[in-house]
Design a protein around this ligand. Sequence first.
Ligand code: PRP
Length: 177
Amino acid sequence: MLKILFSREDIEGAVKGLALRIEQDFDNEKIIFICLLKGSFMFTSDLVRCIANPSRVDFIRVSSYGAGMTSKGTITITKDLEEDIAGENVVIVEDIIDSGLTLTYVTDMLRKRNPKSLKICALLDKRARREIEIEGDYVGFTIDDGFVVGYGIDFAEQYRNLPEIYVVESDDSCKTA
Ligand code: PRP
């Protein structure tokens, strides 16, 4: 069962707020936005439309989760960037920070390519679940533990198309005595 967590309006407000902060920090400088596939495709699409800086968008795909609700803890790159990020302002766009394993791996890897700056913009932050210390520079919402779907985020590849963000609740919690 899905229970709504953030409406379209909530998300739109958060995205506009994040975009404004990025615009203010980068003062019309060039930015390369890196969309971490797949979960961030919708967030990236909305975010970059709110940003007036001269921008490029690239995509990276790493796999860290299986079809279940828990992390595998193993990360591999399945699609690398096409852009050269050396000397560039880079903003990684992430749908959700959970254990922090994915972003730690990705930021370590991208730093070795010598960007001018490297920032993290995350829509959701499940801070209580962190296993490695890493913080987003721009964070939309800090949320409690619980499995969320929608707005690009999946459960076993389902629900990415939902325009709102929901918490997945187990059927047991819905049963009445
Ligand atoms: C999810 C999510 C983040 C990552 C966060 O991606 O989109 O990228 O997990 O978890 P972590 O902080 O514990 O590493 P996933 O690997 O499920 O791939 P997807 O984006 O293709 O759904």
